[in-house]
Design a protein around this ligand. Structure first.
Ligand SMILES: Nc1nc2c(ncn2[C@@H]2O[C@H](COP(=O)(O)OP(=O)(O)OP(=O)(O)O)[C@@H](O)[C@H]2O)c(=O)[nH]1
Ligand SMILES: [Mg+2]
Length: 417
């Protein structure tokens, strides 16, 4: 161990001297305040005397390269958990004094003029940052073009690729879209695949062949046709009921009766009464399951009995059970039409359908076609479930905004032509 004592105006300056003289392996052994000059030690200048030691075994390190020093110093300056070596090297020795804070050590280094060049200057930092930013921008650019190339991977020949993209853009389920285009490609003569109009015709034909539709309502010979309109809140059950009632009363000249079990909203029965009054058909309001059966039986001489129900959330199992109980307890043959809004996302449609299967429904009516942006989910859902689509509704106007579901028309809507 080689010991050496240094006197300096401050501890920081003494440590700096040690660092320059003995290097960074030096150990701090002790320090004390002294006065230099003055009379008998009085009135002298306040100084610090520091004793440092250098282990003799430690070989002098090769002079660090500029980059190493920059790294080393920045590490010590930036990361507070890394203690400076001067202080850490202090092994358990009786005189070892206080530890030195990071700013103190940093300050000590900053005093050394010959070390100044190795302290990271803003210019070095900004050069490195600019370099990293440039490289990041390059990587980002490459990744973006790779992603774009990925999206543009041509899966199908000629115009059938555009047709596939169009189905995807219209929210048709990916696997279903692939299946449709594969069929088109297999059936089309190769020289025709560049003909956009021909491909369009083939795709719509295929969609139409996939669609299950079943409209309009067919009356029973043996008794009244009983239809209940069920579905989530606000999908258009009451409005659609009024449209169907008006069609049977005015156009088909049939005896129509209406029963409502929607007594949850005060205005619900009023809303329906307004319609039935205009159309000129009777309306019964049933508050309890027992009354419901009686209300239907009172109109057994009608050609068609339409039942309006309260909007039920598919997420509310109590509401769903109530609805099921109302319908089941009559013991009558009631055909349940599930109303779905065409503006609903595919995932939500699946959820609604799955939950309403508990009540059991026979047919589907898609409402608010006029408000929907794309119709792919209608096809995807229709291919996934057994129940056919009977009607679509296209606006708020009663009685005109209702149409019988027609495969070719629906197919063109779904394909977006
Ligand atoms: N744009 C558009 N609006 C519709 C259509 N059908 C119904 N509506 C409107 O949707 C709103 C709700 O209609 P309702 O018939 O009261 O719906 P509901 O399912 O009976 O509602 P609840 O009984 O509260 O569950 C009303 O403003 C209707 O005018 C449609 O096809 N297109
Ligand atoms: Mg209603």
């Amino acid at each position: 161990m080689k010991y050496k004592t240094y006197v300096a105006e401050s501890l920081e300056k003494a440590m700096f001297k040690i660092a320059v003289d003995l290097g960074k392996d030096a150990l701090l052994v002790s320090h004390r305040d002294i006065r230099k000059g003055g009379v008998f030690g009085l009135f002298g200048k306040k100084m610090v005397e520091v004793t440092a030691a250098l282990p003799v075994t430690s070989k002098p390190k090769p002079k660090p390269q500029k980059e190493e020093l920059v790294q080393e110093i920045s590490k010590e300056v930036v990361q507070p958990q890394i203690q400076p070596q001067l202080q850490l090297q202090a092994q358990p020795q009786p005189q070892i004094q206080q530890s030195y804070s990071q700013p103190q050590v940093q300050q000590a280094f900053e005093y050394a003029p010959q070390y100044q060049q190795y302290i990271p200057q803003p210019t070095v930092d900004s050069q490195i940052i600019t370099m990293i930013q440039k490289e990041l921008a390059e990587i980002k650019g490459k990744m973006t073009s790779l992603a774009m190339a990925g999206n543009n991977i041509k899966m199908f020949p000629g115009k059938s690729q555009e047709a596939y993209q169009r189905l995807i853009n219209n929210d048709v389920d990916k696997e279903l879209a692939e299946e449709i285009i594969k069929r088109v490609v297999l059936e089309a003569p190769p020289n025709i695949l560049e003909d956009g109009v021909f491909i369009e015709g083939m795709v719509t034909k295929h969609i139409a062949s996939l669609l299950k539709v079943d409209g309009p309502v067919e009356l029973d010979d043996k008794g009244p046709k009983i239809i209940a309109l069920i579905g989530p809140t606000g999908v258009g059950k009451t409005t659609t009921l009024a449209k169907i009632a008006a069609d049977f009363a005015f156009e088909k000249r049939k005896d129509v009766s209406v029963v409502t079990v929607d007594t949850y909203r005060i205005a619900a029965a009023e809303q329906l009464k307004t319609y039935t009054d205009i159309i000129g058909v009777p309306l019964e309001v049933a508050y309890f399951p027992g009354e419901f059966k009686k209300a239907i039986e009172m109109h057994f001489n009608a050609d068609i009995i339409l039942i309006d129900t309260a909007g039920r959330s598919q997420r509310n199992s109590i509401q769903m059970a109530e609805l099921k109980a109302f319908i089941d307890q009559t013991g009558l043959r009631i055909e349940n039409y599930l109303l779905l809004s065409a503006t609903t996302k595919y995932k939500e449609l699946l959820d609604i359908v799955e939950n309403f299967q508990r009540v059991s429904f026979h047919k589907i009516i898609f409402t608010k076609i006029d408000e929907a942006v794309c119709f792919g989910p209608i096809l995807s859902l229709n291919c996934r479930i057994e129940q056919p689509i009977t009607y679509i509704t296209t606006g708020q106007n009663v009685p005109e905004d209702i149409e019988i579901a027609e495969p070719t028309k629906l197919a063109r809507m779904i394909f977006g032509v």
